[in-house]
Design a protein around this ligand. Structure first.
Ligand code: THG
Length: 373
């Protein structure tokens, strides 16, 4: 029997780049924010991994939808929605933030772009932040316009991305600091260009703010990269796990809090700042969280895809679970992200992993990012 396929209708939105990635042989999609995300091209995940660490890739990340807050209460609402302190945020800054509910459960982990004192984009991971924001604004009677604008991020990732981007946007791109953005000219359009992206190999994200312009931006980049080892690409699972980049819905859900997810440094916990979930997070912080996300390197042949949590045990007692895993060609072992109980999350701890066939493979807990990521 053929492998099951995903039927794509209007509810799984395409992006401006979809015709381009299909012409380049995209091999499959995931769905994020009701929008399709390429999962691979003609090469294997391992070939893409090595390429991402040496060349430059164009990624269709149109699924990174923006939730726009604009108006007199935009700053107030933005702060309500995250425990990260936004009081000193600058215009032109990107901020990776946890979003939590009143119990401290993770709702999303967007990148916020501060466009003006009264204008923010929440560049979201896979949950419906628009509905939460609109509900809060309506319930609290806030004066803020909330919408999903016509913005389609395109990522340029890999060590040669500075060179490729400079050819299109000029040397100004080289001066953009990490997690900063500028508006740069593209054929008469001012586009937000940020030094950011879902890899640790360096790169940029272009926030193309008009669907009909997307194909042209893709083509100009594609044509300029001929001699730079440019390929189509997508977030790479091996690179993401080694780099410790978390994926909402995989590593974190409403059942996890940001302290367990290693996001404590993005939480203001001295009580001086009001946001939804503050009391819950203060209590979790004072009691000490009971679990922690870590890396894991483990043996056996190449593991299957982790589609449900795999139990991790010590002396036959379960002490955690694997959330994402894949074979790493660099370590010649499997690598994983795992949630581990207190007492078992120290790097170097020996554990056993059962990926669903009843066999225990030996593994070692690691720091994140992993060495050499
Ligand atoms: N780019 C944009 N929006 C996004 C993502 C993205 N929204 C969803 C999802 N990805 C959010 N997740 C992350 C997770 C980590 C990082 C970016 C987005 C990241 N972290 C830096 C690191 O680990 O080195 C630290 C960032 C900081 O210190 O502030 O880059 O990829 N637009």
């Amino acid at each position: 029997m053929a492998a099951p396929s995903l039927q794509v209708s209007r509810r799984q939105r395409a992006t401006p780049y979809t015709p381009r990635v299909e012409a380049l042989g995209v091999s499959g999609y995931s769905v994020v924010n009701h929008t399709i995300l390429p999962k691979g091209f003609r090469r294997t995940v391992e070939e893409d991994y090595w390429h991402l660490k040496s060349g430059v890739q164009l990624w269709d990340v149109g699924c990174q939808r923006q939730v726009e807050l604009q108006g007199p209460d935009a700053a107030f609402l933005a702060q309500l929605m995250t425990p990260r302190d936004l009081r000193n945020a600058k215009i032109g800054q990107c901020l990776y933030v946890p979003m939590v509910d009143e119990s401290g459960g993770m709702l999303n982990d967007p990148v916020i772009l501060k466009l003006a004192e009264d204008h923010y984009w929440f560049s979201i991971s896979d949950s419906d932040v628009l509905l939460w924001a609109k509900g809060l604004a309506y319930g609290l009677g806030l004066n803020v316009a909330i919408d999903e604008p016509d913005v389609w991020p395109l990522a340029v990732q890999g060590p040669k991305s500075d060179e490729l981007m400079a050819r299109i946007f000029g040397d100004a791109v080289r001066d953009i600091g990490f997690f900063r953005f500028r508006k740069l000219d593209f054929e008469g359009h001012q586009l937000v260009v940020a030094r950011s992206g879902f890899s640790k190999q360096g790169g940029f994200e272009i926030y193309v703010d008009q669907f009909s312009l997307g194909g042209r931006v893709w083509d100009v980049l594609w044509d300029a990269g001929g001699d730079l080892d440019l390929s189509p690409g997508c977030p790479n699972l091996i690179e993401r796990i080694e780099g410790g980049l978390l994926s909402y819905g995989n590593e974190m859900t409403r059942a996890e809090n940001p302290l367990e997810c290693g996001l404590e440094s993005y939480c203001q916990l001295d009580g001086s700042l009001d946001y939804i979930g503050k009391l819950a997070l203060l209590e979790i912080a004072s009691n000490g969280h009971q679990r922690m996300i870590r890396g894991l390197i483990f043996g056996g042949d190449a593991c299957p895809a982790c589609q449900r949590p795999w139990p991790i045990s010590v002396d036959r007692r379960q002490v955690g679970y694997v959330t994402s895993a894949i074979w790493s060609p660099r370590f010649r072992r499997n690598v994983a992200l795992a949630m581990l109980e207190r007492g078992y999350w120290e790097p170097g701890t020996a554990v056993a992993i059962d990926w669903g066939d009843g066999i225990d493979r030996r593994g070692i807990v690691t720091d994140l990012p992993m060495e050499g990521a």
